[in-house]
Design a protein around this ligand. Structure first.
Ligand code: ZN
Length: 351
């Protein structure tokens, strides 16, 4: 377990706590797990940040909390995830590196045959051995979204944890080997999505959410404490291979599909069937009319549902059903490395 990650069982050393964000990461070099010993007997709580190297908000929020040097009535575990990706270039520019996988897709996988998978396996073993009560995994979005929390289990304690952070909840059941899913049967595990990185309001939300989490007595397991909205039935929409994508502008020789530059304004807003998401490049020969569908939609079972939810009319790419887009990105890199957006439906809330 030695070299896959760094482990600090007694908190971060003082000189590292005083370092700047990037200075700290340079000293750490690797995925890092920190245990801040608690003063009581409550089950440990976990915060993870930087599973995606370009999502700085979680790191900044958790450092602000750690620098106060508070002791909690439980051991607090803090995971700083893809430190190498966060350090690359000028810092916080890459979700993951070209020679890596996505660090939030490698938890509890069968084949442990890369450094990142080995780090995930060793860190997961430590976290499971600690028998935590809860995990909050802090992320940013690559497009404009309201603050929301992702849950994978509809148990009262999971909903109670999520609604400490925000009452807009998204039910996720893709089985994507995320950290949250790896711990979902052992503790209340959620992800909080804190809007775009680098914005003061994103950081303020994350700090607020984490402070409420750390200040909360043990989570109620027998009742849902707060009203909330719950979206689910997610369908993942990705760019088809070989399709050249752009945000804003007109389709042309260098862009087969152009999504509106501000397509992300529709995140978490229910859209009627027939809503135009973008424009496609029309072919020059008759055989290319109508153009091929440039996006692919799949449901959580992996079934292709593209034709159910999307269609092309003229040069317009439109929705075929009433649905709510979520996590719509505004960057080509995120669209390629993950997805363009998800379509969701409103579900009955709990409690
Ligand atoms: Zn993320």
């Amino acid at each position: 377990m030695a070299d896959t990650h760094r482990y600090f069982p007694d908190g971060l050393p003082e000189q590292l706590l005083r370092a700047g964000d990037l200075e700290l990461l340079r000293a750490l070099e690797r995925p890092t797990l920190i245990r801040v010993p608690g003063s009581g007997t409550q089950a440990p709580r976990v915060i993870s940040a930087l599973l995606h190297g370009d999502e700085v908000t979680g790191l900044q929020a958790v450092l602000r909390i750690l620098r106060r040097r508070r002791a909690y009535p439980f051991d607090l575990y803090v995971l700083l995830g893809n430190v190498p990706a966060a350090l690359a270039g000028d810092g916080f520019a890459h979700r993951y590196l070209d020679d890596q996988e996505d660090f939030n897709r490698v938890w509890d996988v069968e084949q442990v045959d890369t450094p990142l998978r080995a780090a995930a396996a060793d860190i997961l073993a430590r976290l499971r051995a600690a028998r935590p009560e809860a995990l909050v995994d802090v992320h940013n979005n690559t497009g404009d979204n309201p603050f929301y929390a992702i849950i994978t289990r509809r148990r009262p304690e999971v909903v109670n944890l999520a609604t400490l952070c925000t009452t807009t909840l998204l039910s996720w059941d893709f089985g994507a080997h995320t950290l949250m899913e790896a711990l979902e049967d052992e503790c209340a595990a959620i992800a909080v999505e804190c809007g775009l990185p680098g914005r003061p309001e994103s950081l303020a939300f994350a700090v607020d959410a984490l402070r409420r989490y750390l200040g909360e007595p043990p989570l109620a397991t027998d009742r849902v404490a707060r009203d909330h909205d719950l979206l689910g039935n997610l369908r993942k929409v990705v760019v088809a291979e070989d399709v050249r994508l752009r945000f804003g502008g007109q389709p042309g020789p260098d862009a087969d599909l152009v999504l509106d530059a501000d397509a992300d304004v529709h995140n978490f807003v229910e859209l009627p069937a027939g809503h135009r998401l973008g424009r496609v490049r029309l072919g020059t020969s008759a055989s290319e009319h109508p153009p091929a569908m440039p996006l692919r939609a799949t449901d959580t079972s992996g079934a292709d549902v593209t034709d159910e939810v999307l269609s092309i009319e003229g040069d317009a790419l439109i929705t075929r059903v009433t649905a709510t887009p979520v996590m719509m990105t505004r960057t080509v890199e995120a669209a390629r490395k993950d997805c363009v957006f998800y379509l969701a439906d409103e579900l009955a809330h709990l409690g």
